[in-house]
Write a protein that binds this ligand. Structure first.
Ligand code: GLY
Length: 402
């Protein structure tokens, strides 16, 4: 049933919900869906749902090939979310009646020159130490898996458990699913976070409407900490990390172009090529600290194409159909920020940096649990905003002098 609109003379129109979610990228959409499934009356607010980093992304579900030293706790969360994907997708597809574009083709990580080979050998050693499934390959074995790889490719790692999903199909399926779960989607900008009696109390939209709720979930990606009214020091800073990304189209005559997602280290630069079943090839992505700039640059496109062409020379024959830059939400420790903040009623679901699509199922379950029971599940407990401890106070001071 829709939430009741309460008409108060001379007051702004106000609607009451159990929870207002700010931001309708994959995280906000999936949180809204899971929460609504559990009986929470949800409003989801975004002027352009699914149009930010979620739209730009490549949809890599690659916890093993993207594992980094010193981020073992994040790796555990990434692996747990990857394990949840097949069931999450099956349920989403049943509810929405559309494919979410999940593909379990595995990932091949390859090295281009001898320096790159050393980088990949370090990664293989790291995988071994942590007991992660990855199979070392020679250059020849890599080409047996992917015949279009260049003769220069020296070595590789086959990671059969790292998959991919078509992020745009995922967004479309989630939009249908939230509609069917009676989430109220407001295509409007949040003008202000409302605080009453020292607690989050909803939001005021740019058109003046008030959405009242005792719980507000911040899922606005790199804009999460720029919401007007958010007290400083409640969250650590979330910064935009620019990623330029390309889309090419594989004509039927050139298919199948690649049968795995291919990640490469090419003269020290990282690149990935993600083939879609419907004939798209996604090539990404730069990692740039440029503030809120989404300009595509000749240099960015050149670097990506140079690296991709080095690995798979036939890339040069494909039509280039899209160039774009997205903004990842970077947190101070590269890990997401999940759960209740020190402002009562305000819950964080942000800071997913390079893992937003991958962490969608586990974030949605964790935040829905938090909305229903007030408790964050154990698996997400290490990612609460309070982990920054005294630093939050320091962030607040910085904000005050900014
Ligand atoms: N996870 C891929 C990227 O952020 O580029």
């Amino acid at each position: 049933m829709d939430a009741p609109e309460i008409a108060i003379p001379h007051a702004r129109p106000r609607t009451d919900y159990d929870a207002v979610i700010v931001g309708a990228g994959v995280i906000g959409l999936a949180v809204a869906w899971r929460a609504a499934q559990r009986g929470v009356r949800v409003a989801l607010v975004d002027p352009e749902p699914g149009s930010g980093a979620s739209h730009a992304a490549a949809g890599m579900l690659a916890p093993v090939t993207e594992a980094h030293y010193g981020e073992e706790q994040l790796l555990r969360l990434n692996l747990a979310s990857a394990r949840r994907y097949p069931e999450f997708v099956a349920e989403l597809e049943e509810v929405s009646g559309t494919s979410a574009g999940f593909s379990a083709g595995g990932t091949l990580a390859v090295a281009f020159d001898s320096g790159d080979r050393a980088v990949l050998a370090d990664l293989a050693e790291f995988h071994q130490r942590l007991g992660l499934a990855s199979e070392p390959l020679t250059g020849r074995e890599c080409r047996a898996h992917e015949p279009l790889l260049a003769p220069d490719v020296q070595s590789g790692l086959l990671v059969s458990g790292d998959h991919q999903i078509d992020n745009r199909m995922l967004i479309a399926a989630l939009l249908t699913a939230i509609g069917r779960a009676h989430v109220q989607l407001h295509r409007e900008r949040v003008a202000e976070l409302l605080i009453e009696h020292d607690a989050a109390a909803g939001v005021r939209l740019a058109d003046g409407r008030i959405l009242h709720a005792q719980r507000v979930v911040l899922a606005a990606g790199c804009r999460s900490t720029s919401i007007p009214g958010l007290p400083s020091g409640v969250l650590p800073p979330i910064r935009p990390v620019k990623g330029q990304i390309l889309r090419l189209s594989v004509p039927a005559s050139a298919a199948p172009f690649l049968s795995h997602a291919v990640r490469g280290v090419v003269r020290g630069r990282q690149v990935y090529l993600v083939p879609r079943e419907h004939g798209e090839l996604v090539i990404g992505a730069t990692v740039e600290e440029q503030g809120f700039d989404t300009q595509v640059t000749a240099g960015g496109v050149y670097e990506l194409l140079r690296a991709a062409h080095g690995l798979v020379p036939d890339v040069g024959e494909l039509p280039l159909t899209e160039v774009r830059a997205g903004l990842r939400p970077g947190s101070p420790d590269n890990a997401p920020i999940l759960g209740a903040t020190d402002l009562p009623g305000l819950i964080a679901a942000t800071g997913h940096f390079r893992n937003g699509v991958l962490l969608t199922p586990i974030t949605a379950d964790a935040i829905a649990e938090c909305l229903v029971t007030g408790q964050l599940p154990e698996e997400a407990a290490a990612f609460v905003p309070q982990r920054f401890g005294k630093e939050l106070g320091r962030f607040a001071k910085k904000a005050a002098f900014a």
